[in-house]
Design a binder for this molecule. Structure first.
Ligand code: C5P
Length: 272
């Protein structure tokens, strides 16, 4: 039995550069892994089986865990089956990359269990075939991601920060948020300039997907305003939502069905 942690991510800034002919969007985003994580237990077994602590999650082939396992089999020609137990803590449809993180963790686990020496470059290539965010979860915890999000430039760890996450009891699907986005109305800020500011300790937090998500779910704009009024210095939606992360200190907010979590920026080698 191999047990691995599978962390969530935040997008400290997310710039959408344009819509592509293949239907995806070119983005430039600073991704940061955080201590909120799922735990996965893996064992080689006679048949594929996924047990999940969250019964509403799909345990079948649509789960990215099985996309990762199938891709590993296809790429290597190896035949194996897995018994996976997933202890789910990362909320879904939350913009925290939980499913993508589980997929990356599965690639790492299979590689380890089978003693197969896939190179890091191979794992990155396979990860990108599973989903745009999956490669990030093979990084050391802070990375500047471009293309669909799958091209990663590793960054040195940022100073440790505590964040408070707020997840309302409704989610959003990533394709819906991108589809509803009015790309022409976005500003033309150069993401490399924003990145440099982060490195120099002058962070500017923004997310080009917020407007689209707020159009689809007007409750999100109210939630953001409510959190800002509670005193937090930064309140930003992560990815395609619907989680907000907050920096600084704030008073409690009374918002129906709201879950909150405390987490920290992590440097994966020292955390996992
Ligand atoms: O890559 P992934 O499967 O996670 O993407 C899910 C969906 O999100 C895509 O099918 C696409 O509709 C949208 N997407 C996008 N641009 C990106 C990433 C995702 O339009 N950079």
């Amino acid at each position: 039995m191999l047990t691995l942690k599978s962390p969530a991510k935040l997008n400290l800034f997310l710039k959408v550069l344009g819509r592509r002919p293949d239907g995806y969007h070119d983005i430039a985003s600073l991704f940061q892994a955080i201590s909120l994580c799922d735990t996965l237990h893996f064992a080689l077994s006679g048949e594929d089986q996924l047990e999940c602590s969250e019964p509403s999650l799909p345990a079948g082939k649509s789960n990215l865990i099985w996309k990762a396992a199938d891709l590993f089999r296809q790429k290597t020609g190896l035949q194996f089956n897995l018994h996976v137990v997933l202890e789910k803590n990362i909320p879904t449809e939350a913009g925290l990359g939980g499913g993508s993180s589980n997929a990356a963790t599965t690639l790492l686990a299979i590689n380890q269990l089978l003693g197969y020496s896939a190179t890091h470059a191979q794992l990155l290539e396979w990860a990108a075939e599973i989903g745009s965010d999956v490669t990030f979860f093979l990084s050391s915890g802070t990375a500047y991601c471009t293309g669909r999000g799958e091209i990663i430039r590793p960054m040195p760890p940022l100073p440790k920060q505590t964040v408070t996450l707020f997840k309302p009891n409704f989610g959003l699907s990533t394709p819906a948020v991108y589809k509803n986005l009015k790309v022409e109305s976005l500003n033309k800020v150069d993401p490399e300039v924003v990145l440099r500011k982060f490195i120099e300790g002058r962070p500017e937090y923004f997310n080009d997907l917020e407007g689209s998500a707020f159009d689809l779910m007007p409750g999100l704009a109210n939630l953001k305003k409510g959190l800002m009024d509670r005193g937090y210095s930064t309140v930003l939606m992560s990815g395609s939502g619907t989680t907000f992360f907050c920096l600084g200190n704030g008073k409690p907010l009374d918002f129906q069905g709201l879950q909150s979590f405390k987490a920290e920026f992590i440097d994966r080698p020292s955390f996992l």
